[in-house]
Design a protein around this ligand. Sequence first.
Ligand code: DAH
Length: 338
Amino acid sequence: MKEALEQLRKKAQDELGAASNKDEIQALRTKYLGRKGELTQILRKLKDISPEERPVIGQLSNVIKESLQAQIEERLQHIDVASRDEALTEEKIDVTLPGRATPYGTTHPITAVSREICDILSVLGFSVVEGPEVEYDYYNFEALNIPKDHPARDMQDTFYVEDDVVLRTHTSPVQIRVMEKMKPPVRIICPGKVYRPDSDVSHTPMFHQIEGLLVDKGITFGDLKGTLTYFLVQVFGKNTVLRFRPSFFPFTEPSAEVDIQCVMCRGEGCRVCGQSGWLEILGSGMVDPELYKTVGYDSEQISGFAFGLGVERIAMLKYGISDIRLFYEGDQRFLRQF
Ligand code: DAH
C-alpha cells in the first residue's frame, strides 16, 4: 500500500512536470484529486487495511494529497503570469488608430484685449514694462501725490497687506518706478492686475489696467490728445467719436477723462451709457510737476502725459458683455466664444 502511494506520487509529479498548459494541469487535478481520482480511490480503501497500518498510510496519503494540491496551484499561478507576459510582449501598436486629441483652450478675452492694446501702443514707440502687484504705500499713493489722510485715497478702496504695503489699486505706481530708474525720454506702457475691494456687475476685486507714460522735451496736451485719439480709433473703429472732459487726478495737472460716444446707442442714450450717450474710457492728464520733483527730474526741462485704462471695461464694450464677473467664472460656454 505504501509503495502504491509512493508510485502514485511519482507518476503524478512526472505528469505535472510534463504538463504545459492550464487545461492539462486541471485535468491532472481531476485525475488524482477529483472525486473519482486515483488518490481518492486509494483513500477509500483505507478501511480495508489493518488497524496498525491505517494511521501511517492515512498520514502519508494526506501528505501526498496536500503536496500535490500545492504543486498544482503553483503551476497554475505561474502559467497565469507567463501568459500575461506573453500577451504583453506580443501586443502590437496599431499605428492606424487615430491619436488622442489634447483639448486645448483659447486665449482669455482679457489677455487678448490687453495684447491688442499693447500692440497698438507699441507701434507708437511705447515699450512694455511691468511692476509688482504687492506694492509699497509709497509708490501706490505717496509718490503719486496722494498723502496719507488725503481725501483722494477714498477714491480707491484698498487691500492692505501691512501698514505700508498694499495690493496696488492701479498701475500708476509703475510711473514712479520707471522714472526713478531712467532719464527722459520715457515712453512706456504697463499692463497688469490691480486690486480693490469691490464686487458687482461692473467691479471685480481683481481687474486689469494699462498705464501709459510719456515724458520728453516739449510734450504738450496736443500730444496727449493725438495719441489717445489715434489709440481709441484703432480699438473701437474709425467712426469713433471722442470727448475730453476736465477731471481731477492727484498725479496729473491738468487732468482729463476721455469718453467715447456710446457704442450701443450711438449717442442716443441707453441703459449702458446711463442715458448720457457717452462712455468713460480712461483717465489721463499732463504729469504733475510734483512727481518730477519726487523722482529728481527737472520740470523746467521736460514735460509729459500719462493715462490709465481698465481692460475689462474696454473688453465689455467691444464684445457687448454686461456683467464683468463672467470673465472670472471659468465657464467654458462663455470663454469659448472668444
Ligand atoms: N490710476 C487712475 C485710476 O486707476 C487712472 C489714471 C488716471 C491713470 C489718470 C493715469 C492718469 O495715468 O493720468 O483711477
